[in-house]
Design a protein around this ligand. Structure first.
Ligand SMILES: [Zn+2]
Length: 377
């Protein structure tokens, strides 16, 4: 291999990056650099120097790769080191954290950092995968959880965490934690969680639910272990074996594993951050028998750089199969991780592949039968 490698990329990606260079798009700083063949220099997308000719431009994912290809850093835009945007986003975060007890005013925030509201939102979301508002909410939620675990009175904790009115928190916590703050502090005390375990194609399967929906689906080797994990997650809940409603959901899940009744969406009652919700909802659209890579999912939810965060969201999925995180694999088809063991992941995918093949064959046969001459009637 020669020291100088040309990075080949699909035309569309070249176009996107070229547009960023043409527009000196500062929000793209840090996501790639461009090198100019005629000068031997590489720059940030926002470099104020004269624009190069398109045919002289090469793109590199990072300064190090441009250096390795023999280019040197531009003295004007200084492409090495953190992008000014990264610093800005960090400052915005610190500011949000310091002012949690005030309502978040985005316009004021944008003014303080001397940029447009649009630019602030976009840069922030590119860097962290969530909006400033979601960031503020997640900080408040974190504060709140800390206070609740310390045993502060709920109302005091609400105000300490920067939620102006308790009703607003209850709205937002019902969505984010699936339980009210009081429930959470008490380890889900008073909440009844019904469960059932059955044999599945990949070992023992536990399905547990509140009266709102399924809160846990897990695979394991024994009912005892699965139950232990469920109890650790909800230490004060009333956990009891329940067959009535759950039996129907379990049957639906088992049928889905065999490629039947794919369209039925089982109700969920899970705790999720805004980001997890975004990822999990998307996972539910990946069809049976197919897979997507972590980066494809990140692109699909509009956050192409959040690949690692997507992987984390998959790894923390509390409802196996119902949210089909097993259908997300590494680029190139490698398995990637699975909360319930990589062997189970690969077994589930194998079953789906086989079932899809069977269905196609059956359809073909049915088609052939229809084409047979109908001589007897
Ligand atoms: Zn430059």
């Amino acid at each position: 291999m020669s020291a100088i490698q040309t990075v080949t990329m699909p035309e569309s990606e070249f176009d996107t990056q070229w547009t960023a260079v043409e527009q000196r798009d500062a929000s793209q700083d840090g996501s790639f650099v461009y090198a100019v063949k005629s000068t031997g220099v590489y720059c940030r997308p926002s470099c104020p120097s004269r624009r190069p000719r398109r045919e002289n431009v090469l793109f590199f994912p990072a300064p190090a790769t441009a250096e390795r290809a023999g280019y040197r850093a531009c003295l004007r835009c200084k492409p090495i080191g953190p992008a000014p945007q990264a610093k800005m986003v960090e400052q915005v975060c610190r500011h949000i954290e310091k002012t949690l007890d005030e309502p978040l005013r985005l316009a004021t925030l944008a003014g303080k950092f001397e940029m447009s509201l649009w630019h602030l939102q976009r840069t922030f979301k590119r860097a962290l995968g969530i909006s400033p508002r979601e960031y503020a909410d997640s900080c408040r939620m974190r504060e709140l959880k800390k206070e609740l675990k310390k045993g502060e009175a709920v109302t005091a904790a609400l105000y300490d965490a920067g939620f102006g009115s308790s009703s607003r928190l209850y709205e937002s916590s019902n969505e984010k934690m699936g339980m009210t703050p009081r429930d959470y502090r008490n380890g889900a005390e008073g909440i009844v969680i019904g469960y059932i375990t059955v044999q599945s194609p990949v070992g023992r399967m536990l399905v547990a639910a509140t009266d709102k929906g399924i809160c846990s689906v897990a695979f394991g080797d024994s009912e005892g272990k699965l139950l232990e994990e469920l109890r650790a997650e909800y230490p004060a809940a009333k956990v009891q074996r329940s067959t009535a409603v759950l039996q129907r959901w379990v049957s639906a899940l088992l049928l889905q594993m065999q490629g039947q009744r794919q369209d039925e969406r089982l109700p969920l009652d899970v705790r999720a951050t805004a980001f997890q919700r975004l990822v999990w909802n998307h996972l539910r659209t990946i069809p049976y028998g197919t897979t997507a890579s972590y980066s494809e999912v990140a692109r699909a939810i509009g956050l192409p750089k959040a690949v690692r965060a997507v992987a984390r969201a998959c790894a923390t999925n509390p409802v196996a199969y119902t949210v089909p995180c097993h259908r997300v694999v590494r680029q190139g088809g490698e398995m990637g991780g699975y909360r319930w063991g990589i062997e189970r992941k690969s077994a589930l995918l194998k079953i789906e592949k086989q079932q899809t093949k069977n269905t196609e064959k059956a359809r073909e046969t049915a088609g052939n039968l229809r084409r047979l001459p109908r001589s007897c009637d």
